[in-house]
Design a protein around this ligand. Sequence first.
Ligand SMILES: Cc1ncc(C[n+]2csc(CCOP(=O)(O)OP(=O)(O)O)c2C)c(N)n1
Ligand SMILES: [Mg+2]
Length: 311
Amino acid sequence: MYNYRHEQDEKLIPMDPASIYRDIYRIRRFEETVLEKFSEGVFSGTTHTYIGQEANAVGVISSLQEDDVIFSNHRCHGHFLAYGGEPRALFAELMGKKTGVCGGRGGSQHLQYRNFYSNGVQGGIAPVATGMALAEKFKASNVVSAVFFGDGTLGQGVLYESLNMAALWQVPILFILENNHIAQTTPSDLSTAGEIMARFAAFGISAQEIETCDVTEILSLAGQSIAEIRESCRPQAIILHTFRFGPHSKGDDTRSADLVSELRQNYDPLSFQAQRLNPDQRLAIRSTVEIEIAAAYMQAFNDPYPDVKSI
Ligand SMILES: Cc1ncc(C[n+]2csc(CCOP(=O)(O)OP(=O)(O)O)c2C)c(N)n1
Ligand SMILES: [Mg+2]
């Protein structure tokens, strides 16, 4: 048992290795299906998949509680699914269907579901998350806000305005940097000067970093940070060094195939978690998830488009 996850029935239940594996594999299968089907023209707009980074979403979001608020970015599917969002509603959203998360109007990058929000503008959601944390502080609700962003977003000035306000006003927020070492096609060492940790230290925000694809290490780090934020009502940051195995969006990976396959070989959170299960357990989980995702896709595919009057 590693940590606690908040289910929709509002009970805290212990997470076991099998349910963690299932959560990671659900995101993986969802995203593989998105990439497979995109070329068939079934989705509207664009998309950014989360393959390789699944442990970050599962580890952090499983450590949050029911009323906590999550803010995500353009690469939001994994965060949404880890939060408990339905695969069918997300497929439908990507297809512009009425049954989509936002009635088919938000697309891949702009989701709102319960306490989950995403925004495709890099850094655009950081001040929103900071404002939400301030509001929750005023309400004395003991709610934590958590905001995910990528290494490329370290180039957005609004992020530093948000860090400044979060520290100045001491708001309960966790900044989660998913450093996959690349922004679209630009490796981070071509865009980011100095030490990343120093950027948080400049505002007096306590930050910790970890390079791992072991979800249990992320659970433990995030769980500790979130507990401290809730206790102290002060912002914190965690930097998760990670790798994406897919393209930035659909077919736009400028990295060599050899490099990507080496990354998959060495840093796959799914294979890492698989070692904790026996082959029968793995097989049972995989087939259940495959059936679930295939059914979710077909339901969304057959769902109606919104009617014109709803525009
Ligand atoms: C303000 C802004 N500029 C440019 C873009 C186009 N864009 C979308 S994602 C992306 C790269 C983001 O890199 P990073 O923050 O490292 O996240 P990752 O894609 O690696 O998860 C860019 C340039 C955008 N969405 N918003
Ligand atoms: Mg990046």
